[in-house]
Design a protein around this ligand. Structure first.
Ligand SMILES: [Fe+2]
Length: 267
């Protein structure tokens, strides 16, 4: 296994987190997607766009759990050592993407318990290799081509509790035909952090990921309930690949900010 850095418990002596408001002109750019169309309109356009591609409806209620090559995960982990983690920032969203709206109380928890990796070209090139390895699996699962619309990677700190991604939820900010691949960069299990998915929406049927680094789950997070299970002692590191069905497979992963969701336009 890798020698990925581990984290200690979040102590009460941690510096106070202050949410900085950006200048007004920058704010306008960040919220452009919302201002221009409103999020509902953006989602409606996306749903119309993706409906025409046609994924079997039953796919949304299935999932795949498997592993990517350990070699690629080790390379990505080594590459992550050279880049700083960045705080979650609700204003950190590329202008051609839509930012999630959230209250400052929620932002404080995201900032405190999630540490993002600011992916550059080197990391994105490795993510591309991981996506290429997953390509036949994803195409077979969807029954169609796909394209990557966003990529994020972050650590969940030990001691993070019941908030945001750790609540049982569905990703209502994404179009219905959005799929995610969670690739665990540290071995997922109950002690070291994992994810629960609820294929039947019934708590008693929940499934958790468990295995070596490189274990992944592919599922539809908009239609299937899921919840993060935080680690007890070590940081849980994860890569999140967000994809949609497409007429032609395009694997050009991009990181669009810690609070980015979907592109404003469904092109
Ligand atoms: Fe989610």
């Amino acid at each position: 296994m890798s020698n990925f850095p581990t984290g200690g418990h979040v102590s009460s002596g941690e510096p106070e987190i202050v949410i900085m408001e950006p200048p007004e002109d920058k704010l306008d750019l960040i919220w452009m997607g919302r201002k221009k169309y409103g999020y509902d309109k953006v989602l409606q356009n996306w749903n119309n766009c993706l409906d025409s591609i046609g994924v079997e409806p039953d796919v949304a209620h299935t999932y795949i759990i498997d592993q990517v090559s350990e070699n690629l995960v080790v390379q990505l982990l080594n590459s992550l050592k050279s880049i700083p983690r960045v705080e979650f920032n609700k204003f950190d969203c590329n202008t051609n993407y839509v930012a999630s709206s959230m209250k400052n109380t929620e932002v404080l928890l995201w900032t405190r318990f999630l540490k993002f990796f600011n992916f550059k070209e080197e990391q994105l090139a490795l993510v591309k290799l991981i996506c290429e390895e997953l390509k036949p699996v994803i195409e077979n699962y969807l029954g169609t081509s796909f394209r990557i619309i966003n990529v994020k990677s972050f650590e969940t700190l030990p001691g993070s509790y019941y908030f945001g991604p750790n609540k049982r939820h569905r990703d209502s900010l994404y179009p219905m035909h959005t799929y995610k691949v969670f690739v665990y960069l540290t071995p997922p299990n109950i002690m070291d952090g994992t994810t629960y998915i609820y294929p039947t929406a019934d708590d008693k049927d929940k499934i958790s990921m468990s295995g070596p680094a490189g274990t992944y789950v592919l599922f539809n997070p908009v239609l299937m309930y899921h919840s993060g299970h935080p680690p007890e002692k070590k940081r849980r590191a994860m890569l999140e690949i967000i994809l949609v069905p497409s007429h032609k497979t395009e694997i050009n992963p991009t990181f669009n900010g810690t609070n980015s969701t979907i592109p404003v336009e469904c092109i």
